[in-house]
Ligand binder design. Structure first.
Ligand SMILES: Cc1cc2nc3c(=O)[nH]c(=O)nc-3n(C[C@H](O)[C@H](O)[C@H](O)COP(=O)(O)OP(=O)(O)OC[C@H]3O[C@@H](n4cnc5c(N)ncnc54)[C@H](O)[C@@H]3O)c2cc1C
Length: 447
C-alpha cells in the first residue's frame, strides 16, 4: 500500500491512548454515518507498544486521592471489563496498605468510592490490618500499617498483550496503523493556527485533525507545535507563580524477582490482588540488616506469569537534567541511562521481605535484565487532556496512563462533538485559573 498523503484523522502514537482513541473514534464515526476507521491513520515511529505502554507494570486501580482522578479511573475500569480476554486483563483487585500519616487520605478515598459505587473494603487499626492481611497471606508481617483499602475491582493487564488487543480492535474497524514513521513537524493553515498537515520522515499527510498520544515524547511534539514551554500557576493563596517548566522527567523504577509466580498465591490458593504498601517504618536490608531508609517509602508488586516472577516497583526519582537535554531515545530497556540498578534491587527486594516472610533471602533471584523507564510529567503530575491549535487533541497523562484505557474513548467522544465532564478537570487552563487537584501524603508523585 502506498504511503498516504491525506487522512481525516491522524493519531500520533500506537500506545494505549492512541489506539484506544482510534478504536472508539472509528466506532463513533460508523455509528453516526459520518465515516469509518478508514478515515483514521495511526502513525508510530517505532512499533505498536514501543513506548511506555509496552513496559508498564500494567496496574489498574481506582485508588487516587483526587476525586476527578477516581471518577476517571472508574470509567476506565468499566472499559477494561468489556473484554478481559481481549485486553489480557486480570481483575484480581488492588490493595492500598498504608501507614498512619495516610490514614485520613485513604479514609476519604474509601468514603468517595462508596459514593460512586466503586466496591472496596476498608480496614483500620494496626491489629485489624495485620489480621486481615494474614487472613489472605499467612506470612504477612509489615509493621506500622494502620489502614488497608482493598479495592475489589481493578488488578492488572499484561502490557504488550493489552496494546495488541487494542490494535486488533482498531484494525477490525478499518483503522490503518503505520509503524516506522516519525512525525517531524506540522504545517498550519494560512489564516489560522490549525494544523493542516502532519510532516513525517516519509512524506507529508494532509489532515483535518490530529490526536497526539506520544507518552514520554510529548515535550518533543509540544515544542513542534510551539506551545508554551513554561506555565504560570495560580496558587491556593491566589498568587501567580510563574516560570514553571511545562514538562519534566521522572524515572520509573521497576523489576522482577524470578520466583515461581505461584509463590505469591493467597492462603486459599487464589491469585492475590496487586499490593501497594506505603509506610514510614525504617526499611532495613534483607541482606545485612543495615538501614536503607528512614524516610517514608513505598512499593507495589504482583505475581505475573508474563514476567515469570513477581513484578513491581518503588517510588520513581526525579531526573535533574533540564528537560531539553534529557535523552529519551533509545527508550526503556534499551536506554543506557534510565534503567534500574543494584540499589533498586536491594531496596525493592528488602521491602518485599519486610512485607512477607516468603521473600526473605530471595534477592539473588532478582532479574538483572534492564527494566524501568522514563515518564514525562506535567507541572502538577496530573494529566492534561485538551485541544490546542484548534484541531490538535493532546493526551498527556503524566504517567498515570496504562490504566486509563477509557481516556481515548472520552477524547473520541469530544472529537464527535460531545464535551466530556470527566475530562474537564484536566484542561491546561487549570494552572492559570488555580483549579488544582488536591495533593495527598503519599510518597509517590502520582497518587
Ligand atoms: C516503567 C513504567 C511502568 C508503568 N506502570 C504503569 C502502571 O502499572 N499503570 C499505569 O496506569 N501506568 C503505568 N505507567 C505509565 C503508562 O505506561 C503511561 O502513562 C502510558 O503507557 C502512556 O501511554 P501513551 O499511549 O500516551 O504513550 P506510549 O505508550 O509511550 O506510546 C507512545 C508512542 O508514540 C510513539 N512516538 C513518539 N514520538 C513519535 C513521533 N514523533 N512520531 C511518531 N510516533 C511517535 C512512540 O514510538 C510510542 O510507541 C508506567 C510507565 C513506566 C515508564
Amino acid at each position: 500500500m502506498s504511503f498516504p498523503t491525506h487522512a481525516r484523522h491522524v493519531v500520533i502514537g500506537a500506545g494505549i491512548h492512541g489506539l484506544s482513541t482510534a478504536w472508539r473514534l472509528a466506532e463513533r464515526l460508523r455509528a453516526a454515518g459520518k465515516g469509518s476507521g478508514a478515515d483514521i491513520l495511526v502513525l508510530d515511529k517505532s512499533a505498536i507498544a514501543a513506548g511506555a505502554s509496552g513496559i508498564a507494570c500494567g496496574v489498574v486501580r481506582n485508588n487516587y486521592f483526587q476525586p476527578a482522578m477516581r471518577e476517571l479511573m472508574a470509567h476506565s475500569v468499566d472499559v477494561w471489563e468489556t473484554d478481559p480476554k481481549g485486553f489480557s486483563y486480570h481483575p484480581v483487585g488492588y490493595m492500598q496498605v498504608s501507614h498512619e500519616a495516610m490514614r485520613e487520605d485513604v479514609t476519604s478515598i474509601y468514603e468517595q468510592q462508596k459514593e460512586i459505587g466503586y466496591p472496596s473494603e476498608f480496614i483500620e487499626g494496626e491489629k485489624d490490618c495485620m489480621t486481615y492481611m494474614k487472613g489472605l497471606l499467612s506470612d504477612w508481617r509489615a509493621e506500622g500499617v494502620t489502614s488497608v483499602l482493598h479495592e475489589k475491582k481493578g488488578g492488572y493487564a499484561n502490557n504488550t498483550a493489552a496494546i495488541y488487543g487494542l490494535a486488533n480492535k482498531a484494525e477490525a474497524q478499518g483503522v490503518r496503523i503505520i509503524t516506522g514513521v516519525t512525525v517531524t513537524g506540522f504545517e498550519r493553515g494560512s489564516n489560522s493556527d490549525a494544523v493542516s498537515a502532519v510532516v513525517t520522515d516519509r512524506g507529508t499527510i494532509e489532515c483535518d485533525r490530529v490526536v497526539v498520544a506520544v507518552g514520554p515524547w510529548v515535550k518533543t511534539i509540544w515544542d513542534m507545535l510551539d506551545l508554551p514551554r513554561e506555565v504560570s500557576i495560580k496558587g491556593p493563596d491566589g498568587r501567580m507563580h510563574g516560570g514553571i517548566p511545562t514538562w519534566r522527567y521522572w524515572c520509573l523504577e521497576e523489576g522482577v524477582i524470578g520466583v515461581d509466580p505461584d509463590l505469591q498465591k493467597l492462603n486459599d490458593g487464589g491469585m492475590p490482588p496487586v499490593i501497594h504498601v506505603d509506610t514510614d517504618a525504617p526499611l532495613r536490608s534483607d541482606v545485612d540488616g543495615s538501614v536503607i531508609t528512614e524516610k517514608p517509602w513505598g512499593i507495589y508488586y504482583k505475581p505475573d506469569f508474563q514476567f515469570d516472577g513477581v513484578q513491581g516497583g518503588a517510588m520513581p526519582y526525579e531526573v535533574k537534567t533540564p528537560a531539553d537535554d534529557v535523552g529519551i531515545d533509545p527508550y526503556g530497556p534499551e536506554s543506557p541511562e534510565f534503567i534500574v540498578g543494584g540499589d533498586f534491587a536491594h531496596m525493592w527486594c528488602s521491602a518485599l521481605a519486610f512485607c512477607q516472610e516468603r521473600f526473605s533471602g530471595q534477592i539473588g533471584k532478582f532479574r538483572k535484565e534492564p527494566s524501568g523507564g522514563l515518564g514525562c510529567f506535567t507541572p502538577d503530575s496530573f494529566p492534561v487532556f485538551d485541544t490546542f491549535c484548534e484541531n490538535v487533541h493532546i493526551i498527556a497523562d503524566s504517567n498515570h496512563g496504562f490504566k486509563m484505557i477509557g481516556v481515548g474513548h472520552l477524547v473520541a467522544d469530544e472529537i464527535m462533538g460531545d464535551k466530556q465532564a470527566l475530562l474537564e478537570p484536566f484542561r491546561f487552563s487549570r494552572y492559570a485559573e488555580g483549579r488544582l487537584h488536591p495533593t495527598s501524603n503519599s510518597p509517590f508523585p502520582w497518587s
